[in-house]
Design a protein around this ligand. Structure first.
Ligand code: NDP
Ligand code: 2IT
Length: 445
């Protein structure tokens, strides 16, 4: 079996040289899915996995804009349209200096499986730019977003491809992009999700990724007769996903004790409470300051240049970025008694770290299952836009909970190994089957 996987990976690496994150994401799926394909030869004959690893379309473009000094700036824009087998392309836009083809292809590939797991009809895509919104004025961000959308508008549409937020793309950026799309097309449609509540957005979309991740962990804990009540939780990041992970943890009487940004992390052993979280939201979403200011305000420890995995916890919620948990961190977490990992970020654990979690048989939720709540509520935002209706907060939150329960059930169905649930295999195989069957039904596409 491992020979088949190695042959397949050699082919992927040859076709996509210099794209380590993409190789990493594909390998993780291949290790789960190739043994399954062996038992289901129709997928082999149709070369489904080979087709899935070749994007349907890759768009790369120049994004010129003027900064506040009147100087010309040039960034690179991307949209990877990976799969439209089960619905219009769907996935976020990342604005971060590290963005490159490899990172966006890994994210688009993950998105195909994640969107399939949500039970909703959405294909997979990802886009972005190496633009860094940090330190830019609102006007500079607006001019960048307008230029970015001027090209992107040619390739997206409410029935074609529906982008949304991701790292560096929040409510402000979605607003500027939506405004520009509307001017170019003279159409008010659901072409983006994560919109403002007054102009087509859905209640609970901002909360959805974080809340959904906590709901998923709750389901995992139930399989061992546990709950989140009283659990000490470490959280990384302090952006959209981290903020609402912490909010839900507080509501469920768990104790979140860390938050981070790209400069370092804070450790607050008394726990982040509602008032402190309000401070974080103001700091990050309005003032756009650094997390260190939390430590100054609430007199707790700040660790420069580090992630919070050395802090003893029951449950860890990596919610910043890819490959933020390395093998040594994973070993530390397990040694310190951590019983569950809920990935809010996409691919935050390196392959070696994942192996440590699986070997230790702790509850490990891969991002494509546990962070699917965000895109799921994006899907519901699309439904509401099509109906020209908006649902209540409780209605959407209840649907989010049911979707996360259903994703958990799919993982159990395909990932059960005796008493142990391998959520990696479960998520990969369950996500694969729906897309693969659609591809077979639709012929050679
Ligand atoms: P935000 O931009 O709102 O927040 C990102 C946070 O992570 C910030 O605190 C940021 O710190 C930190 N961070 C980003 N890159 C790095 C890095 N290289 N090293 C250390 N810290 C870093 O993004 P989101 O909260 O939306 O996204 C977080 C993760 O969740 C990403 O992996 C994203 O793909 C994933 N995700 C997001 C969804 C969504 O709906 N938004 C849905 C599903 C997954 P700083 O501000 O200093 O850069
Ligand atoms: O990684 C993700 O799932 C997202 N950034 C959200 C995508 C979306 O279309 O809502």
């Amino acid at each position: 079996m491992s020979k088949k996987i190695e042959e397949f990976m050699a082919m992927v690496i040859e076709r996509n040289p210099g794209e380590p994150e993409f190789h990493q994401a594909v390998r993780e799926v291949a290790e789960s899915v190739i043994p399954f394909i062996e038992k289901n030869p129709k997928y082999q004959k149709a070369k489904i996995l080979e087709r899935m690893t070749e994007p349907e379309r890759v768009i790369m473009f120049r994004v010129p804009w003027l900064d506040d000094k009147g100087e010309v700036q040039i960034n690179r824009g991307y949209r990877i349209q990976m799969s439209s087998a089960i619905g219009p392309y769907k996935g976020g836009i990342r604005l971060h200096p590290s963005v490159n083809l490899s990172i966006l292809k890994f994210l688009a590939f993950e998105q195909v499986f994640k969107n399939s797991l949500t039970t909703l009809p959405m294909g997979g895509a990802k886009g972005g730019s190496n633009f860094d919104p940090k330190g830019k004025s609102d006007n500079e961000v607006m001019r960048f977003c307008q230029s970015f959308m001027t090209e992107l508008a040619k390739h997206i549409g409410s029935d074609t491809d529906v982008p949304a937020g991701d790292i560096g793309t929040g409510a402000r950026e979605i607003g500027y992009m939506f405004g520009q799309y509307k001017r170019l097309r003279n159409e008010f449609t659901g072409v983006l999700t994560g919109k403002g509540l007054g102009w087509g957005g859905s209640l609970i979309r901002p909360e959805a990724t974080g809340y959904g991740c906590v709901y998923f962990v709750q389901e995992m804990l139930k399989t061992r007769g546990e709950s989140l009540k009283g659990k000490i939780c470490t959280v990384s990041g302090s952006g959209n996903v981290a903020q609402y992970t912490v909010e839900k943890l507080i509501q469920l009487d768990a104790k979140p004790v860390t938050l981070s940004d790209s400069n370092g992390f804070i450790y607050d052993p008394k726990g982040v409470d509602e008032q402190k979280l309000e401070f974080v939201m103001e700091l990050k979403n309005v003032k756009r300051g650094r997390i260190k200011e939390y430590a100054d305000e609430f007199k707790c420890k700040y660790f420069e240049g580090k992630f919070p995995w050395e802090i003893k916890c029951d449950v860890a919620f990596p919610s910043a970025t890819q490959n933020e948990i390395h093998e040594a961190d994973a070993k530390k977490l397990v040694k310190n008694g951590c019983i569950a990992i809920g990935e809010g970020a996409n691919m935050p654990s390196t392959p070696e770290a994942v192996e440590v979690f699986l070997d230790a048989k702790i509850l490990y939720a891969p991002g494509k299952a546990s962070n699917a709540g965000g895109v799921a509520i994006s899907g519901l935002e699309m439904s509401q836009n099509s109906q020209r209706l908006s649902w209540t907060r409780d209605e959407v939150d209840e649907k989010l909970l049911q979707i996360m329960i259903s994703i958990h059930e799919s993982c159990v169905k395909y990932g059960k190994e005796g008493k142990y649930i391998n959520y990696v295999n479960g998520a990969n195989i369950a996500g694969f089957v729906k897309v693969a069957n659609a591809m077979i039904d639709q012929g050679l596409v």
